[in-house]
Every structure is written in structure tokens, then in C-alpha cells.
Design a protein around this ligand. Structure first.
Ligand code: IYR
Length: 224
């Protein structure tokens, strides 16, 4: 057992925002966030690697259980690897849409118009496979247990989605199930669990999105 004594630093990076500015910033951020749409039709236009890396740096600022940062992101742009991922994902999706999914689930998905075909897995320039690490491995090989992996990776992924949107890209959270094939294709160890596959790029010229609604505030908050 090793116990590290904490070191504290002054909170020099905090900037106080005057309330009127705070109000406009909050509103402007919301106005921008609500323009974001999940996109399933992609252009093959390449995206700048520096942009992707800065968005990933942003994701890496996420809070996490004991600050252990239990995530790993694989940035896939290789056409052959994307083709392999598409092949495996569509195999699972055919099973899902062809009987594995209960009717209730299929009914819930109906407004999105999805099916087992996932051409975007090849068309989009970038797939980011996001893994949650159940434990970390120190340079000497010792294992360090991770905590709140799902929560931590979920938060990092949410921040990544907003960073990509902020940069001017679109994305799709794709979760073929099961997703273990990602470990094999991408050579990741089995203590890394695939969390989701984020499809990233520019929308196709004629991209369409389903007509769906977000809940209004009063439907999802309450005060005490
Ligand atoms: N993974 C399938 C099904 C699917 C499930 C949910 I929950 C969605 O929000 C969307 C799709 C697919 O990608 O088609």
C-alpha cells in the first residue's frame, strides 16, 4: 500500500464571469448546442488531424473516478480497417434487426429510420472507437483498479461530441451490439471494453436527419 500526500495549488485558471455575461454565455451555448444533430450520411471529405487531436485533448479534460482517466480512443482512418469494422458491425446489426431485438425496441427506433446497413462506417473519414479500461497497467506491469468507468467514459464522450460540434464537425454515436469485435480488429486488450463507436466527419451534401423532438425543460427537470 502506498499513500500519496496531496499537493494543492491555487485555482488560478478560474475566471469569474459577471452575471449578465454569464446569462448570455449560457444562452448562446444552448443555442449552439441545439443545432447539433446526429448524422448518418457522411461526405468522404477528410478531416484535419489536428482538429481531431484537439477535440480528443478536450475529451481528456473530463472528470473521472479518482482521476484515473479510464479511457482509450482509437482514431481509425484506414479504409481497410473501416471496411472490416463495417463488415462486423453489419453482421451484428443484421442479427439485431432480424430477430434479436424485441419488438418494443424496434418500435422505439422506428422514428429514426435506422436499419442494418451502415455505409457511413466506410464513407466517414474518421471512426473513433472509445474503450473503457477496467484497470490501468503501470510501467512495471502492476494493475490499478479503475472506478466509475462507465460514468467517466460517458462524460469524456459527451465532451468529445460537443468539442467536435464546436469545431464544425458532425458525429454519430454508434453502438453495434455486441461490440467486442472492435478489440480484435483494433488490437486492444480484453480489459478494455468497447464503449461506443463515434463516427466523425462532414455531412453528405444532401444529408437528411429524422424529424424528432427534444423534451422541453419542464419535462425533464424539477426543483425542490
Ligand atoms: N445499434 C443499432 C440499433 C440502434 C439502437 C439504438 I438504442 C439507437 O439509438 C439507434 C440504433 C443501429 O445502430 O442501428
Amino acid at each position: 500500500m502506498t499513500k500519496t500526500t496531496p499537493t494543492f495549488l491555487p485555482l488560478t485558471h478560474y475566471r469569474e464571469t459577471p452575471e449578465p455575461e454569464m446569462r448570455s454565455r449560457a444562452l448562446e451555448f444552448y443555442e449552439d448546442a441545439k443545432r447539433r444533430r446526429t448524422v448518418r450520411e457522411y461526405s468522404d471529405r477528410p478531416v484535419d488531424r489536428q482538429v481531431i487531436e484537439n477535440c480528443l485533448r478536450t475529451a481528456g479534460t473530463a472528470p473521472s473516478g479518482a482521476n484515473l482517466q479510464p479511457w482509450h480512443f482509437v482514431v481509425v482512418s484506414d479504409a481497410a480497417v473501416k471496411a472490416q469494422i463495417r463488415e462486423s458491425a453489419e453482421q451484428e446489426e443484421r442479427a439485431f434487426y432480424g430477430g434479436r431485438a424485441p419488438q418494443e425496441w424496434l418500435d422505439a427506433l422506428a422514428p429514426l429510420g435506422t436499419d442494418s446497413q451502415k455505409p457511413f462506417l466506410e464513407t466517414a473519414p474518421i471512426l473513433i472507437a472509445i474503450f473503457g479500461e477496467t484497470y490501468g497497467v503501470l510501467p512495471d506491469g502492476r494493475k490499478v483498479k479503475h472506478y466509475y468507468v462507465q460514468e467517466s467514459v460517458g462524460i469524456a464522450t459527451g465532451i468529445l461530441i460537443m468539442a467536435l460540434h464546436h469545431a464544425g464537425l458532425v458525429s454519430l454515436t454508434h453502438t453495434p451490439s455486441p461490440m467486442r469485435f472492435l478489440n480484435e480488429i483494433l488490437g486492444r486488450p480484453s480489459h478494455e471494453r468497447p464503449f461506443l463507436l463515434l463516427v466523425v466527419g462532414y455531412p453528405a451534401k444532401e444529408a437528411k436527419v429524422p424529424k424528432i423532438m427534444k423534451k422541453s425543460l419542464k419535462e425533464f427537470i424539477s426543483y425542490v
